[in-house]
Design a protein around this ligand. Structure first.
Ligand code: FMN
Length: 397
């Protein structure tokens, strides 16, 4: 289903992404890494993103908290205080110094939280008061795992206040120098808790029909676009991903309902959003298991292709991409851009390695969410004498 703009394109072809000129299509996927002590980006983050920067490359930050009720992991960065904005400036500068474009992913976990992460030990907020089932465990600040508590369903009048948090966070991101923001509407977090009918049990204007379930996301997009412009706003969704019980009875129709609204918003704005980022259903959001896999491979490919075809704009895919699958997705027109997660954790020079078809370092899962500023974070080796300076032996991993 290649379209004409993709003819002959590879992962390493340039791409015009709105006002940004990319030199290739290998994107750093947003990944929570828990190194922002006390929610403030540390110098280690500047090193980490700088290592993964390329001239004309595109980076998306880890999920970044829009407010003090948004956290559900230890030591994730926020973008709701001046101190956080100042600290982010150094990270953004480091990425820009290498010629990368960098977007900040705006995140609220909703019910995927715990009282220890909430101001005053309160209950996490959500679309619902149903907790996440015992099938899932929450990582606590001491490194242990706990049960997700019962959330508090937001009152209707409170929802615009949360929308406002996204608006302010987007403005802060621009103040920090980010080139734009990605709204995290995926993987069972707050926005997805409104989108999915397996979670959203509201009887007000935010529950029930597609129009109602999409309303929270649409209001966030409208608020953020009014603040910083459509040409700096992107959206991520995962209609078929069941992470944190985010099940929907009809993922394809839900995905299409979102896409239809994005297309309409773009018409209203008379401008395109920067891209739509969709997580492949074949892998869970965190790539850990394939539990709850909602469909056959054929159904899953059909879902992605249908959304890709329906969305009037740049389409980015994520989830389980190897070099070969990424090349194939771009060549066949299934994606304009491909975001890489775990392979980018362990290969700071992933772009070069993919280009050369060089061997890849293996990632170490146990250091995904630890706090050491170096180990498992900035100490993965580059190809010896590779592009970005830091040498290292491939045999280490
Ligand atoms: C350690 C880790 C943290 C992640 N954190 C986020 C996040 O903050 N926001 C998000 O949208 N996705 C997050 N993801 C999902 C990734 O963006 C990506 O979609 C996923 O890893 C699948 O791609 P991969 O197979 O290339 O790793 C995370 C994944 C991993 C492995």
């Amino acid at each position: 289903m290649a379209d004409s703009s993709q003819q002959g394109a590879t992962l390493f072809s340039p791409y015009k992404l709105g006002k940004f000129s990319l030199s290739h299509r290998v994107v750093l996927a947003p990944m929570t890494r828990c190194r922002a002590l006390n929610r403030i980006p540390q110098p280690a983050l500047a090193d980490y993103y700088s290592q993964r920067s390329t001239n004309g490359g595109f980076l998306i930050t880890e999920g970044t908290l829009v407010s003090n009720t948004a956290a559900g992991f230890p030591h994730v960065p926020g973008i709701y205080t001046d101190e956080q904005v100042e600290a982010w400036k150094k990270v953004v500068d480091a990425a820009h110094a290498k010629g990368s474009i960098i977007f900040c992913q705006l995140w609220h976990v909703g019910r995927a939280s715990h009282q220890v992460y909430q101001p005053g030990g309160g209950s996490p907020i959500s679309s619902t008061s149903k907790p996440i089932s015992g099938r899932w465990r929450i990582l606590l600040p001491d490194g242990s795992y706990g049960t997700y508590p019962k959330p508090r369903a937001l009152e209707t009048y409170e929802i615009p206040q949360v929308v406002e948090q996204y608006r302010r966070a987007a403005l802060n991101a621009i103040r920090a120098g980010f080139d734009g923001i990605e709204i995290h509407g995926a993987h069972g977090y707050l926005i997805d808790q409104f989108l999915k009918d397996g979670i959203n049990d509201r009887v007000d204007e935010y529950g029930g029909s597609y129009a109602n379930r999409c309303k929270f996301l649409v209001q966030i997009i409208e608020a953020v676009v009014a603040a910083i412009g459509a040409d700096r706003v992107a959206v991520r969704i995962s209609p078929a991903i069941d992470h944190l019980d985010a099940m929907d009875s009809d993922p394809l129709s839900l995905g299409l309902a979102v896409v239809e609204r994005l297309n309409k918003l773009q018409l209203n704005f008379a401008a395109k959003l920067v891209y739509l980022h969709v997580t492949q259903p074949r892998y869970t959001a965190y790539g850990q298991t394939e539990s709850g896999r909602p469909g056959t491979e054929e159904e899953e490919n059909h879902l992605m292709r249908t959304l890709r075809k329906a969305y009037e704009g740049t389409f980015m895919c994520s989830g389980g991409f190897t070099r070969e699958l990424g090349m194939q997705a771009v060549a066949e027109g299934d994606a304009d851009l491909v975001s890489y997660g775990r392979l980018f954790i362990s290969n700071p020079d992933l772009v070069l390695r993919l280009k050369l078809n060089a061997p890849l370092n293996k990632y170490v899962r146990k250091t995904f969410y630890t706090q050491d500023p170096v180990v498992g974070y900035t100490d993965y080796p580059f190809l010896s004498n590779g592009s970005s300076g830091r040498g290292g032996s491939l045999s280490r991993l």
